[in-house]
Design a protein around this ligand. Structure first.
Ligand SMILES: [Zn+2]
Ligand SMILES: [Zn+2]
Length: 127
């Protein structure tokens, strides 16, 4: 019984040691300037979530392979599992998450539809 117990303890120790090694290794490979998390928003169910930039890049690559260049920036929503999630912006003022309208010509694409705050506009006013 004691022998069995010690085997289990050794197994647990080894498993956690492997886990720690993997964790440390991962941290090392990520020292290239991090973009942090990408804000995403699902246009089907309105679910907002964040993706690590690395995962974002990998998914874009995979999406382009599967759907062609036009489908590259459409992501599967973890909430409704529809391919309707896109890169979004989080308003620094009110925290509202929205999909910026990059085709907009007369206005700043990052203007928050809720409180009308635009970070680009703010930046340009400073100059
Ligand atoms: Zn969704
Ligand atoms: Zn806002």
């Amino acid at each position: 019984m004691t022998k069995k117990k010690s085997i289990i303890i050794i197994a647990v120790c080894m498993a956690s040691a492997i886990g720690i090694t993997l964790f440390v290794k991962r941290g090392d490979s990520e020292n290239v300037l991090e973009r942090g998390n990408i804000q995403m928003l699902c246009s089907a169910c309105g679910h907002s979530f964040t993706l690590p930039s690395q995962e974002y890049d990998e998914t874009v690559k995979k999406n382009i392979q599967n759907r062609g260049p036009s489908g590259g920036n459409v992501f599967e929503c973890p909430s409704c599992s529809k391919a309707a999630a896109r890169e979004a912006l989080k308003c620094p003022k009110c925290g509202n998450v929205f999909i910026p309208d990059w085709g907009r010509e007369k206005d700043y694409p990052d203007r928050c539809p809720k409180c009308r705050f635009s970070e680009i506009e703010q930046e340009q006013r400073k100059k």
